[in-house]
Design a protein around this ligand. Structure first.
Ligand code: NAD
Ligand code: UDP
Length: 332
């Protein structure tokens, strides 16, 4: 019988791709999501969906009682940096308390494995590039701080209750399932690639490039864009790694290639064959100059082999989704 995995946040951008990959690989999937930022239409019909909040211990208890879950993939968090600066308590409440409740329920139901969506935001302004797994973690916003607190909680929960976990720190998640059936639909959208593609569709006049005086070759921020199906596959490898008896760990996930905002814009112009007007605008605030991952440990230890190593291919998948779903899921 297929093993049952819970994906908390499985109606979200990354969660919906995670669920797709698990089902493709033969797993049975339970989704828990309160649809606060996710979409009912992103819920995979082959998974069993429980609508509810991970801060609700009774709700979690009911799901774990009903389902024979062996491991949890935790993707249910708030993740908009400027919102976290304005309203930090919203972030500590949802992200940190959600994880406490999840761990309590996992402990009560003797569930031993967790794979966690962490983030490059736990590193803040890294002193070195690329950023290795053991680089100092000094977040510069409440979102990154909440994720670091969650990583730290994982260590003590392992020590006390034996729940093993892997934190996967994504850099810039990008792209969509290649057939364009699911993709990125955040409200509001703050991420570069979907905003560029929105501009390509004529939904806004110009892309605003936030800052051209950074310490980078062309003055615009450099980021590391990694395809979400590659991210999803890393989670399955992390799960197998834990189930093979390996210790809790944390890994950085990126493509290890940095692209400036202007390079991403140029690549999108090539992919879409559209002009995509752009203008320079003031810095957004809180943006580190360069964030590029050193993912060598994930490749060596987990055996991770990202399939997407070309930024044009990554943008093409997002473009296919955008053309098929110009208004996103349209369920809100
Ligand atoms: P998303 O907002 O699309 O997905 C989050 C999902 O979790 C949504 O479906 C939302 O409804 C659900 N959720 C949130 N709080 C919940 C709660 N208390 N109870 C139940 N469900 C809840 O975000 P995403 O872009 O898919 O990100 C997923 C995870 O990956 C987040 O934890 C985020 O911090 C992390 N991450 C994302 C990126 C990125 O580039 N998108 C990069 C690094 C890390
Ligand atoms: N960016 C931009 N214009 C936009 C959105 C983003 O210039 O409309 C820049 C942003 O300043 C950052 C990069 O694009 O340097 C990637 O931003 P995104 O929000 O996608 O990811 P982040 O790296 O902030 O997690």
């Amino acid at each position: 019988m297929a093993e049952t995995i819970m994906v908390a946040g499985g109606a979200g951008y990354i969660g919906s791709h995670m669920v797709h990959q698990l089902i493709t690989d033969g797993y049975d999937v339970v989704i828990v999501d309160n649809l606060s930022t996710g979409h009912r239409k992103a819920v995979n019909p082959q998974a069993r969906f429980y609508e509810g909040d991970t801060r609700d211990g009774q709700f979690l208890d009911e799901v774990f009682t009903k389902e024979n879950i062996t491991a949890v993939i935790h993707m249910d968090a708030f993740s908009i940096v400027p919102e976290s600066v304005q309203n930090p308590l919203k972030y500590f409440d949802n992200n940190v308390i959600g994880m406490i409740k999840l761990f309590e329920a996992m402990q009560a139901h003797a569930i031993k494995y967790l794979v966690f969506s962490s983030t490059a935001a736990t590193f803040g302004q890294p002193e070195q590039s690329p950023v290795g797994d053991n680089s100092p973690q000094k977040p510069i916003n409440p979102y990154g701080e909440s994720k670091l607190m969650m990583e730290q909680m994982m260590k003590w929960v392992d020590q006390a209750y034996g729940i093993k976990s892997v934190a996967l720190r994504y850099f810039n998640a990008a792209g969509a399932l290649a057939d364009g059936s699911i993709g990125e639909d955040h409200q509001p959208e703050t991420h570069l690639i979907p905003i560029i593609l929105r501009t390509a569709m004529g939904e806004q006049d110009k892309l605003k490039i936030y800052g051209n005086d950074y310490q980078t070759p062309d003055g615009t921020n450099v980021r590391d864009y990694v395809h979400i199906i590659d991210l999803a596959q890393a989670h399955i490898l992390a799960l197998k790694y834990l189930q093979a008896g390996n210790p809790s760990d944390a890994f950085n996930l990126g493509s290890s290639h940095g692209f400036s905002v202007q390079e991403i814009l140029q690549a999108a112009r090539t992919v879409t064959n559209k002009e995509i007007p752009a203008e320079f605008a003031p810095r957004r605030g809180g943006d580190p100059d360069i964030l590029v991952a050193d993912s060598s440990r994930a490749k060596k230890v987990l055996g991770w082999k990202p399939q997407y190593d070309n930024i044009h291919d990554i943008i093409q998948t997002a473009w296919t989704w955008k053309q098929k779903h110009p208004q996103g899921y349209q369920d809100k």
